[in-house]
Design a protein around this ligand. Structure first.
Ligand SMILES: Nc1ncnc2c1ncn2[C@@H]1O[C@H](COP(=O)(O)OP(=O)(O)OP(=O)(O)O)[C@@H](O)[C@H]1O
Ligand code: SF4
Ligand SMILES: [Mg+2]
Length: 353
């Protein structure tokens, strides 16, 4: 059944939500060589809800706005318009001491752990620094708590005395997670946290993250280009294109029967997600357009094989299709006569990967 939904975030009830974006946009003013200034529309009218104790996977091409969206959700930057909610608190305009208190509840883990640690400080003092800033524990209690945090991420207490260059990338990423846990956050944003690690280490850290979530009830916003990792860690997935969410919903439904032509292309380009899909590759024509001048109507229309006249004139509304929320004119109730997006006539088959 297909129904129009006002916003994606209305799908999840308030009590279940740890953090929420409501109609959030974020523009950056940039200098253009010899042409004055321009505006990058990095995030455009996004509704998003992260549920307590669960993982929301966020996927999309490079430059689609994933990191900006994570920074907005954690209020590391302020939106140009819209509302950022942490539980029942509207934190859109929070600042100073109030914002620092809120930050304890939300932490960010970056892609490259080496760039997020002081190379000269040992790991124990970097983890302990988070405790010093955010708690009133004395020195001995901080050392004790640091050892507990390292243990939680399966590192021996002796690692506290090592410097970042004296441990492996995987071990340092565990230490980064320990540091993020120091403030007992409700939400961790993990921005491509595994992309610099080998596959075996990725699997170990995915297992660790799952275990921590089960024991501590933390919610994750998990950003990754690796769709297999997103599938293994997330319960819900949101797909971003040129600053907008184009499709979201429960992980198995999205991976099994995505409706948006962009999601379908993204999934088809990912190796061995689903054996039945391996032979079916949808090739996207052209590059992602500039976020300084996104196409009118549906932002994806310049690369979409199904684009119709209406796609240039009107932004597609969010439509609920089964458990998925999709922004595509093919899905609007009045357009049932339009071709199905994955019909053989409009999908290019290649000889596989
Ligand atoms: N501080 C900034 N000033 C100007 N433009 C910015 C700024 N931060 C991000 N952008 C632009 O906003 C858009 C979205 O960037 P963002 O880093 O959020 O994308 P992303 O989806 O995380 O990409 P990637 O997968 O490569 O990490 C890009 O066009 C980027 O150049
Ligand atoms: S709205 Fe139109 S252009 Fe956009 S994805 Fe749907 S069919 Fe393609
Ligand atoms: Mg990014």
């Amino acid at each position: 059944m297909r129904t129009n939904v006002e916003t994606v975030s209305t799908v999840v009830p308030d009590a279940a939500v740890v953090a929420r974006l409501v109609g959030v946009s974020c523009d950056f003013s940039v200098r253009l060589p010899g042409r004055g200034r321009g505006t990058v529309h990095a995030v455009d009218n996004v509704d998003l809800a992260v549920e307590r104790g669960r993982t929301l996977g966020l996927v999309g091409e490079s430059g689609s706005g994933k990191s900006t969206l994570a920074r907005l959700l954690l209020r590391l930057i302020r939106p140009t318009s819209g509302q950022v909610m942490l539980g029942d608190d509207d934190i859109t305009s929070a600042k100073g001491a109030h914002l620092r208190t809120l930050r304890r509840k939300m932490q960010l883990v970056f892609q490259d752990p080496y760039s997020s640690f002081d190379p000269l400080a040992n790991i124990g003092s970097s983890v302990g620094e988070a405790l010093r800033v955010h708690t009133d524990l004395g020195r001995a209690a901080r050392e004790q708590r640091t050892a507990e945090l390292l243990d939680q991420v399966r590192l021996p207490a002796s690692f506290a005395r090592r410097r970042p260059r004296e441990v492996s990338g995987g071990q340092l990423q565990r230490a980064a997670i320990a540091r993020a846990l120091a403030t007992e956050p409700e939400l961790l944003a993990l921005d491509e946290p595994l992309s610099s690690l080998d596959v075996a280490t990725q699997v170990q850290i995915v297992d660790l993250l799952g275990d921590l979530q089960e024991r501590l009830g933390i919610a994750y916003l998990f950003i990754s280009h690796d769709l297999n990792l997103v599938r293994s860690l997330s319960q819900t997935v949101a797909v971003m294109y040129l600053g907008q969410l184009v499709e979201e919903g429960p992980v198995e439904e999205l991976f099994g029967s995505a409706h948006h032509p962009y999601t379908q292309a993204l999934l088809s380009a990912s190796p061995s997600i689903d054996p039945a899909r391996r032979q079916l590759r949808i090739v996207l024509e052209g590059d992602i357009p500039s976020p300084m001048n996104p196409p009118s109507g549906c932002h994806f229309r310049t690369r979409c094989r199904h684009a119709m006249a209406v796609c240039a004139d009107e932004e597609p509304a969010a439509t609920q299709v089964g458990q998925l929320v999709v922004r595509c004119h093919l899905m609007t109730p009045t357009r049932d006569e339009a071709p199905e997006p994955d019909s053989p006539a409009t999908t290019r088959r290649t000889s596989g990967r």
